[in-house]
Design a protein around this ligand. Structure first.
Ligand code: PMV
Length: 347
């Protein structure tokens, strides 16, 4: 089966981890299992145009972001291509044009690697599907997640929704270090349409790349305990997701977020990725929660921005609070309303 040329487009969402992935082994194998909410509005849309390039000895591709040529994206994609070449034998037989855009503003400090790498992996899988004889939907998704992982670990959790587990865990049937799987158990109503409002505290370039970050867990004095804690927290979260205990949920995910940052503060070299406004926001959230009894909570990525998480039926009060009290701490008053989503789509 050969194809001269073609074009595929996928949109793929970002995701936010509840139990964090921080630390990896060779070949993008995570040191511990993680679980995330797939997001709905923060997405990357990628069009991959391909044409036959029979005699090429190297990868041939060009990258465009919002219609502008982006040569500085090439090394990361080159690394990705090298890692997946063995699984996608057609890669050197085509030349590619990768056109990509994000629904969230460029340089918002929101990591686009999860949505970007998963969108690209899905485009490549669509080509694979056209070349191969038969590929089932579940194999398609699993291999897309496998490939996305080789681009950026957390990207393997962006193919599907609404809750995805990545990393072998005794608590989760079917879980794997190699790809993300849909959370296989029943989840309580309380978590349906869970909301995530992202407060953009600092839109600057990442202070610490995630590659550097994960490497800090090698020889980290607390690494062993941290990896065990992530296993334990995933097991605890499983019970919480079943019972719908929001207070226990809040305690677990906030502890996960602060532990992620604690790992960075206690590594060598050490980093503080929160900003003063990050702490202002956290303290305001705690005060508001105590005063109102509402189930507002936060989580963090490896940066200063704050993800404010809350149940759908508390949206009205929480959004009022966010607008009146938290937006003042965002850079240019910038925030993004999102919620749990259901994964990538071919366009
Ligand atoms: O996918 P990476 O290598 O950029 O790592 C992301 C790690 C965190 O976002 C900090 C946590 C996570 O599990 O997503």
């Amino acid at each position: 089966n050969t194809i001269e040329n073609g074009k595929v487009t996928w949109e793929s969402p970002s995701n936010i981890a509840l139990v964090k992935y921080w630390g990896k082994k060779k070949d993008q194998i995570p040191e511990n299992p993680s679980i995330s909410f797939t997001l709905n509005n923060c997405k990357t849309i990628t069009t991959l145009t391909f044409s036959k390039n029979e005699h090429a000895s190297d990868f041939e591709f060009e990258v465009f972001l919002d219609g502008e040529k982006k040569d500085d994206f090439k090394p990361k994609i080159e690394t990705f291509f090298k890692r997946v070449e063995g699984y996608l034998p057609f890669l050197k037989h085509y030349k590619f044009k990768i056109e990509t855009k994000n629904t969230f503003p460029h340089s918002s400090g929101i990591a686009s690697s999860a949505s970007g790498m998963s969108a690209l992996a899905l485009c490549l899988m669509s080509i694979e599907k056209q070349l191969a004889t038969e590929i089932t939907e579940s194999f398609f998704n699993q291999k897309a997640s496998f490939l996305a992982r080789l681009g950026s670990g957390s990207a393997c959790r962006s193919i599907e929704g609404d809750l995805i587990v990545w990393g072998q865990s005794n608590a989760i049937d079917g879980s794997s270090d190699l790809f993300g799987v849909k959370y296989p158990y029943k989840v309580h109503e309380n978590f349906k349409e869970y909301q995530d409002t992202i407060l953009l505290v600092d839109k600057g370039e990442k202070q610490v790349s995630s590659t550097v970050g994960h490497n800090l867990m090698h020889n980290h004095p607390y690494a062993k305990n941290r990896f065990q804690q992530a296993h334990d927290n995933l097991e605890k979260l499983k019970l919480i997701l079943e019972s719908g205990d929001l207070d226990a949920f809040i305690a677990l995910i906030e502890s996960e977020a602060l532990t992620l940052h604690a790992m960075m503060m206690t590594s060598m070299p050490y980093f503080i990725l929160m900003k003063p406004n990050t702490l202002e926001i956290i303290n305001k959230i705690w005060k508001f929660r105590q005063e109102t009894g509402l189930h507002i909570s936060f989580t963090l990525d490896a940066g200063a921005n704050v993800h404010v998480l809350y149940p759908k039926n508390e949206s009205f009060e929480v959004l009022e609070f966010i607008k009146n009290e938290l937006v003042a701490y965002c850079q240019n008053a910038h925030y993004i309303c999102d919620q749990i989503g259901f994964g990538a789509k071919q366009l």
